[in-house]
Design a protein around this ligand. Structure first.
Ligand SMILES: [Zn+2]
Length: 467
């Protein structure tokens, strides 16, 4: 058999790896969208590098768009086989793909306005919401820790990767010429001390490993308690200054961590009684998906669940749905906390909330996740005194704060711990995927030192024979 790396090869987006058996069967691992690759992004998403109609199976590690975001296009272009994933991944993929389809359609519409003016041919969206709905029909749930026979030659095992709810490391045992080859694909690997999720789990010995390497050369700093910092910032902003606290947060993961931390403050009886809003329909849906899969949480959360059956809900919290309700928050002078997407404040409703509060020193904007330096969140963290929002300049008078929170990706110590269940001498090749090339080169050295005999960093579309 052979493997080809069609995405997340020397970069962190577009995860897509294709295994082709001698029998002609083809198994695709992930079908992610490329994001933020500059001018090349469009072309990279338009051409897979293989024919979707020829695929037999798709196995999906988790629901982040850089891992599942091209599935509707894959199906629209002729892929008819099953898509295997865990139950939470299927539920999250449904809402994230519908959201992504909407964005694809809006982007195409926007670009067509310009193209029309210039007399250029119009473009079609990468896919539509109908494509996303159609693709969901092919999803098949496979439980964690259960050997699942895909067919007589291929068996699949998912183990928890601790990255987002539903995330799995994928283990395939493939029979070819009477011999079994075991391939592990890590997907994205979480840290070992996540606020909500279980730790990444050990897995059976593999012959070949595809390991993510996003933070292959860094160690995350020790974190202060999110709860205590949040309480201090809420008190300072909303009680002492009577202001508004705006928290940009990713819809899946970070939003629920913030809600969980605020809920913990309520359980301790110290939460100020003011108004709390989650202003993002996607965040509301994602929160519901997490609630539906509470068995996936770690032991700490399960302990809290015994006292409180909804760990993401507390007195004063309201989920905002319509744009009218969202706009009405601007005119309400009362102190409140608004949690809204996107996490880097580059898009979404949070941008409007920042625009409306940034000029007044009684308000606070609190960043709780990584922000790309050029994003609005990144510029605020950098301490810019004037920022451009919707092409207009605004003075930054509000307090800008940040809480360094747990990354959804493990650092190199976590990644090494993840593969420590393996006898490195038995791993024929360890492939590093989902990382920047310089980072991967440094991480490769650490893995060689741990005894992995061959560590390979594949380039995009590179093919490798597996014995
Ligand atoms: Zn991910």
């Amino acid at each position: 058999m052979e493997i080809a790396f069609h995405g997340a090869a020397q970069t962190v987006t577009g995860s897509k790896h294709l295994i082709t058996l001698k029998s002609g069967k083809k198994i695709l691992l992930d079908c992610g969208l490329f994001q933020g690759m500059g001018e090349d992004t469009e072309a990279m998403n338009e051409h897979f590098g293989f024919s979707p109609a020829e695929l037999t199976y798709l196995v999906l590690s988790h629901a982040h768009i850089d891992h599942c975001g091209l599935i509707p296009r894959l199906v629209a272009q002729g892929f008819k086989g099953p898509i295997f994933c865990t139950a939470p991944t299927m539920d999250l993929a449904r809402i994230l793909l519908m959201d992504s389809a909407k964005i694809q359609e809006q982007d195409a519409e926007y670009s067509n306005k310009h193209r029309m003016r210039k007399g250029l041919p119009l473009i079609k969206p990468l896919y539509t919401d109908d494509d996303a709905i159609e693709a969901m029909r092919q999803f098949k749930i496979v439980d964690y820790n259960t050997d699942f026979e895909i067919d007589a030659d291929i068996s699949l095992l998912f183990t928890d990767a601790g990255h987002i709810v539903g995330s799995a490391a994928v283990h395939l045992a493939i029979k070819e010429n009477g011999k079994i080859t075991r391939i592990t694909f890590s997907g994205d690997v979480g840290g070992y001390e996540d606020m909500l999720l279980k730790s990444p789990q050990p897995f059976p010995q593999a012959d070949y490993i595809l390991l993510e390497s996003t933070y292959g050369d860094s160690l995350h700093a020790e974190l202060e308690s999110t709860e205590e910092q949040l309480l201090e910032i809420i008190r300072h902003t909303c009680i002492q200054k009577n202001g508004k606290l705006i928290i940009p947060a990713f819809s899946v993961g970070r939003t629920q961590e913030i809600l969980y931390a605020i809920n913990a403050l309520e359980l301790k009886g110290v939460l100020p009684y003011i108004r709390y809003y989650v202003d993002s329909p996607l965040s509301a849906k994602a929160t519901q998906v997490l609630k539906d899969h509470e068995l996936e949480f770690n032991a700490d959360v399960k302990k809290v669940l015994k006292l409180d059956d909804d760990v993401f809900h507390f007195k004063g919290l309201k989920f905002i749905q319509t744009t009218e309700e969202s706009k009405a928050l601007n005119d309400d002078p009362r102190p409140c906390v608004i949690i809204s997407a996107s996490g880097m404040a580059e898009a979404g409703r949070v941008k409007h909330h920042i625009k409306n509060t940034i000029g007044n020193s009684k308000n606070t904007i609190l960043m709780v996740g990584y922000c790309e330096p050029r994003s609005l969140g990144g510029r605020l963290i950098a301490g810019n005194k004037v920022v451009s929002i919707f092409a207009e300049d605004y003075n930054v008078n509000a307090d800008i704060r940040s809480i360094k929170s747990m990354s959804a990706h493990g650092d190199y110590a976590d990644l090494l711990r993840f593969v420590s269940c393996q006898d490195p001498a038995k791993v024929k090749i360890l492939f590093l995927v989902h990382g920047e090339y310089e980072v991967q080169q440094r991480f490769k050295q650490r893995l060689l030192e741990k005894g992995f005999p061959v560590v390979h960093i594949p380039a995009r579309h590179q093919m490798k024979e597996l014995e």
